[in-house]
Design a protein around this ligand. Structure first.
Ligand code: ATP
Ligand code: MG
Length: 579
């Protein structure tokens, strides 16, 4: 492609809302333009990159035996109501009513639709296993779209769904996807880690997340030094803390007036105490119960662990009215005393149970209570009391005795064993050899195509621009011709362009009548892995100049050897990414 014939609107200005390098560079290099919050138009360079990622994903999915299909983006809300996920997805689920008054959703994922399909098409064990996938637009009305395409509202996702007859077969299907993911991310040039993950509102029994470690990532990877354990923050387990005993006997509970101090910090300052000596009492509700969840003042409740603790129920923070009813006080003054008697379930974090004594809300507006002893002043066992791990891991925690470390990462893909959650609710069953009916065992497997592109940029860029891995670069080679008004330069560049194309290479030819400096700046910005420069000076000696974007070295190559040399280098770059 000749630069003069395509649309690569590079710009110097960085958009004000671009907080991370990939967002800044995707705008500056003319890969995309924003339409509205979290929606982008992909321009020729950006779309080429996405198409190359899609091709790699498709090749590996096909090789793993998955079947490429395409499902509708507009789905009946009714299907989502049948699985209860209209509630679980909440406002993230985009909905609209059609002219006949029927409610629809804009697909954020497709478990419901594919299971509905399987219910109609699968009847016998002989049709299993089967894995169906699609690559399509997804819509999620994210609370806070940001970081460009890393968290957008509309994005391209590859989603696959496997159906199996036995747990062993599901294990095999899961493994096939897991291995395919390893190859896909490697081929896309990403350094990734695989961490254990929670299956969240997906339901199911096991999950792994593929994460690209980088400082700008929103996910937190928790791991031991030796990496024998790695999980995301939602999942990361912690060892219970040892029970601390008080040096002196603890006097009885004492109510203290704490007028208008709501936050933990304010209470601590007022009472000259520390957050780790505070017991936070948070009121949650499920469809069946009211829960009081106790964590230390310096800890945060982990919603995934809380869901696990309730046996997988949908858990929500209680509204103000419920909190007042349960605690008898304004928000911020709840405490665990006498709640069990009122039918409230106590879920107590290990670290709270390990405290010798603490401070908590008094269940009375503007009052706290000191000298609260877990086990003495509120129960640690008995009916409706559970002591468990219900908080996020923090610095200083251990797992299996090993200290935990934290780093940021970008989730690019996730695989789940779903089990029968969807197949039961949507009646996707099969008959076994004896003619008995069973729900299909399902797995689901997602990859964010746009996130792969942005992660690759996050991983490899410098102050001048993007440094693409060859496999997903919009073009493999850039020919930069300087002094194009020189007929010999123009002719040589044109010849090389044709020869490289004839060798099957993807070539961008910068044929614009611009100053060399401008062209080199643009070349670095758009980050094509290999640059061939045709200029008057080198050409006088029969040479052109070859440069890898990731290196500073330039090599002079005789013009007639250049096409072969480029082909070799490109092949070498691909070989580096071959798993
Ligand atoms: P996150 O936790 O980041 O919101 P998720 O766990 O909800 O993502 P999945 O439902 O597992 O995402 O979707 C599969 C893949 O789709 C993710 O691994 C990610 O790569 C991609 N993805 C999800 N949400 C977005 C988004 N808002 N913008 C871009 N890509 C996304
Ligand atoms: Mg996920």
């Amino acid at each position: 492609m000749k630069w003069s014939l395509t649309l690569i609107p590079t710009v110097k200005e960085v958009p004000a809302d671009a907080e991370v390098p990939s967002h800044r560079l995707m705008i500056r290099a003319g890969l995309m333009r924003k339409l509205a919050s979290g929606t982008y138009t992909y321009l020729p360079l950006g779309w080429r990159c996405l198409r190359k990622i899609i091709r790699i994903v498709r090749e590996e999915m096909d090789a793993a035996g998955a079947l490429d299909i395409l499902m509708p983006s507009v789905q009946p809300l009714e299907l989502w109501q049948q699985t209860g996920r209209d509630v679980d997805y909440g406002e993230t689920l985009g909905r609209f009513r059609d002219r006949h008054g029927r409610w629809n959703v804009l697909s954020p994922t497709a478990e419901e639709v594919v299971t509905h399909l399987a219910a109609g098409e699968i009847s016998s064990y002989k049709q299993l296993p089967v894995n169906l996938y699609q690559i399509s637009f997804k819509f999620r009305d994210e609370f806070r779209p940001r970081f460009g395409v890393l968290r957008s509202r509309e994005f391209i996702m590859k989603d696959a769904y496997s159906f199996d007859a036995t747990p062993e077969s599901l294990d095999r299907s899961y493994r096939l996807m897991y291995d395919a993911y390893c190859r896909i991310f490697r081929r896309c040039g990403l350094d990734y880690v695989i961490v254990e993950a929670e299956s969240g509102e997906m339901g199911g029994s096991g999950s792994h997340q593929f994460t690209v470690p980088c400082d700008t990532g929103e996910d937190i990877i928790v791991h031991t030094e030796d990496n024998t354990y790695a999980a995301n923050l939602e999942k990361a387990a912690v060892d219970p803390l040892p029970k601390q005993t008080a040096a002196d006997p603890i006097p009885p509970m004492q109510e203290v007036h704490t007028p208008a101090v709501g936050s933990i910090e304010a209470v601590c300052e007022f009472l000259h105490t520390q957050p780790h000596e505070m017991i936070k009492t948070l009121i949650y509700v499920t469809s069946e119960n009211t829960l009081a969840v106790l964590v230390r003042g310096d800890h945060d409740v982990n919603p995934e662990k809380l869901t696990q603790a309730t046996g997988g129920q949908h858990v929500e923070l209680a509204d103000e009215e419920t909190i007042k009813k349960v605690s008898g006080a304004a928000v911020g003054f709840a405490g665990p005393m006498s709640l069990v008697e009122k039918g409230v379930h106590l879920i107590i974090d290990h670290a709270v149970a390990a405290l010798p004594v603490g401070v908590t809300g008094a269940n009375q507006t503007d009052y706290h209570i000191k000298n609260v002893v877990p086990g003495r002043d509120f129960p640690l066992d008995g009916d409706n009391v559970l002591v468990t791990d219900v908080r996020n891991a923090v610095e200083g925690d251990t797992y299996n005795g090993k200290p935990l470390h934290f780093k940021h990462g970008i989730e690019v893909g996730q695989v789940f064993k779903l089990g029968v959650k969807y197949s039961t609710k949507l009646h996707a069953t099969f008959l076994d050899e004896q003619g008995r009916e069973h729900p299909c065992l399902m797995g689901c497997y997602g990859i964010g195509i746009n996130r792969i592109m942005a992660s690759a940029i996050e991983l490899a860029n410098d102050p001048d621009g993007i440094i693409w891995p060859i496999s997903i670069a919009p073009y493999e080679v850039l020919i930069t011709a300087v002094n194009l008004d020189d007929p010999q330069v123009a002719q040589t560049a044109e010849n090389l362009y044709q020869q490289l194309k004839n060798r099957g290479l993807e070539v961008l030819f910068d044929d614009r009548p611009l100053r060399a400096g401008v062209k080199f700046k643009d070349a670095d910005l758009i980050g094509i892995p290999l640059r061939l420069t045709v200029g008057k000076k080198a050409l006088a000696e029969g040479n052109v100049e070859l440069k890898l974007r990731r290196e500073s070295d330039r090599r002079a190559v005789p013009v007639d050897q250049a096409p072969d040399r480029v082909r070799e280098l490109v092949d070498q770059l691909y070989a580096e990414l071959n798993p």
